[in-house]
Design a protein around this ligand. Structure first.
Ligand SMILES: *[C@@H]1O[C@H](CO)[C@@H](O)[C@H](O)[C@H]1NC(C)=O
Ligand SMILES: *[C@@H]1O[C@H](CO)[C@@H](O)[C@H](O)[C@H]1NC(C)=O
Ligand SMILES: *[C@@H]1O[C@H](CO)[C@@H](O)[C@H](O)[C@H]1NC(C)=O
Ligand SMILES: *[C@@H]1O[C@H](CO)[C@@H](O)[C@H](O)[C@H]1NC(C)=O
Ligand SMILES: *[C@@H]1O[C@H](CO)[C@@H](O)[C@H](O)[C@H]1NC(C)=O
Length: 440
């Protein structure tokens, strides 16, 4: 025994370093191979479970999602139609037969069906309570709650908006002779809007975007603004039902805020005419397809030389404040040079009162959804003329939409994560741990 042991011992000692290493590794390798074989075998079992074989040995997916998807496709198919005759009717016939567009919607399609489902899930999430949740989620939920609080909205009425308007210098049509043009210039009004958090791109839109010719560069862009009524509609002239509906909307809102109807009609007609002029100097969608024409990069100093009449350096820095400060050698893309020069000309011909009436109207219009029932009714009337919708979506839908839109930018990537974890978390009570880790 002793000898044998000794021989064995010396046998190990006689091995070279490499041989010892291989001998130690061998059992490990065998173990790994065994594990792999088991895993592969298990996976094959798993796929077999979900795939049934037809006699011709073609694979057919019978997982839950495959079955429910094919079921959905079958529901849409109209089998009474010959696909060689009218394939579209064959493929979608029953979908069209069985779906009625709800009064508050413009269209229904597969995307809107998914969207409705997500909205419902988000509602459950937004209305749930959890004491120990991340601050960002609490903020989102508070925002939703404020949106749903119709009692408070009715109680505050229009006073908050009126105060804000006065703090920006007042809406001339509402102020009447009290409004004095001397101290007004549109740049300062835009800075005031910007400070409050309103959009400030009603005459010139300043954005930061990806360079059209080199996507590693992000830069400032000066562009034409979007209008209160889309350019195509507004150019149909003031006899068209859309422009008429838009004009009526302005007057209704002004009267709701306390204007006298005749005064509103008189003054806002000029504001509308100004907006029609803005539409005329803007480029059409077709013209904006030509990338070469949309690419006019120049320094702020060059812009100042070419488009005098606006103090560009000061203007851009005030709009970008406090995030960015630029100097006059900063390169800026003037997307539509023709618009900018026409705008300067148009502004020099337009009374300050008209400019103020227009800009203020645009800000008021952007806030209607947050105001009283009366105001929202005017908005609905306008949308009825414009889109043909005859009812508003339920309040919760509007609020879910509002929350999703608002926080889309603020917490870009987070929202999908919030949605995912909140929803999954709500379902399983498991995900919230991950969410707190992710966000805090
Ligand atoms: C794009 O911009 C980057 C950063 O300024 C620069 O390094 C690169 O050479 C540019 N590419 C082209 C094609 O101009
Ligand atoms: C309608 O258009 C005409 C001519 O373009 C203009 O003179 C008139 O003031 C416009 N009316 C309204 C309500 O804007
Ligand atoms: C785009 O605009 C440029 C500059 O004005 C012009 O030379 C070019 O022909 C236009 N391209 C098309 C496809 O219209
Ligand atoms: C403007 O700022 C850039 C960097 O942001 C700097 O390199 C450049 O020297 C400045 N130009 C002037 C004229 O101050
Ligand atoms: C969520 O947003 C915050 C603040 O914007 C950011 O710091 C954080 O990295 C984001 N989390 C994820 C997972 O993107």
């Amino acid at each position: 025994m002793e000898a044998q042991f000794k021989r064995g011992d010396s046998c190990w000692k006689q091995r070279t370093g490499l041989e010892k290493w291989i001998l130690t590794l061998l059992p490990c390798l065998i173990l790994i191979i065994l594990v792999l074989i088991i895993v592969i075998a298990m996976q094959q079992d798993h796929t077999k479970e979900n795939v049934a074989y037809t006699s011709s040995n073609e694979e057919i997916c019978v997982t839950q999602s495959c079955v429910s998807t094919s079921n959905l496709v079958l529901e849409y198919i109209d089998t009474s139609v010959d696909p060689c005759d009218n394939f579209y009717k064959f493929a979608c016939g029953n979908y069209i037969k069985n779906n009625i567009i709800p009064d508050e919607k413009l269209a229904v399609n597969s995307f809107s069906i998914v969207n409705d489902k997500v909205q419902q899930q988000l509602r459950v999430v937004l209305e749930s309570h959890d004491k120990n949740e991340a601050k960002v989620l609490q903020t989102v939920k508070d925002y939703y709650k404020a949106c749903m609080n119709k009692g408070k909205i009715a109680e505050l009425g229009l006073q908050v908006l009126k105060d804000v308007l006065v703090s920006c210098g007042g809406w001339p049509v509402l102020e009447g002779p009290r409004w004095i043009p001397d101290s007004f210039d549109w740049e300062n009004l835009m800075f005031a809007f910007n400070r409050i958090g309103f959009d400030s791109g009603y005459l010139v839109e300043v954005t930061i975007g990806t360079d059209l010719k080199n996507n590693s560069i992000r830069g400032i862009q000066l562009d034409q603004p979007s209008l209160g009524l889309s350019r195509d509609f507004i150019l149909q002239g003031n006899e068209s039902q859309f422009v008429q509906g838009y004009f009526k909307y302005m007057i209704d809102v002004a009267v709701e805020l306390g204007c006298e109807k005749q005064a509103a009609e008189r003054e806002l007609k000029e504001s509308l005419d100004f907006e029609i002029e803005l539409a005329k100097i803007s480029s059409s969608k077709e013209e904006r397809r030509n990338i070469t024409m949309l690419y006019n990069v120049m320094t702020i100093a060059e812009i100042q030389e070419r488009f005098s009449g606006i103090q560009w350096l000061e203007y851009l820095n005030s709009i970008l404040h406090p995030h960015v400060h630029v100097n006059s050698s900063e390169a800026v893309n003037v997307v539509s040079p023709r618009y900018i020069s026409s705008l300067i000309d148009l502004l020099s011909r337009t009374p300050k009162r008209v400019q103020a009436n227009y800009a203020m109207w645009r800000v008021i219009k952007s806030q209607i959804s947050y105001l009283t029932e009366g105001m929202i009714q005017h908005q609905l009337n306008f949308h009825r003329t414009l889109f043909g919708v005859s009812e508003r979506p339920s309040r919760w839908k509007e609020c879910v939409e509002e929350v999703t839109n608002t926080y889309k930018c603020v917490i870009c990537t987070n929202l999908s994560i919030i949605y995912y974890y909140l929803w999954i978390g709500w379902m399983s009570r498991l995900g919230k741990v991950h969410l707190t880790k992710l966000l805090c």
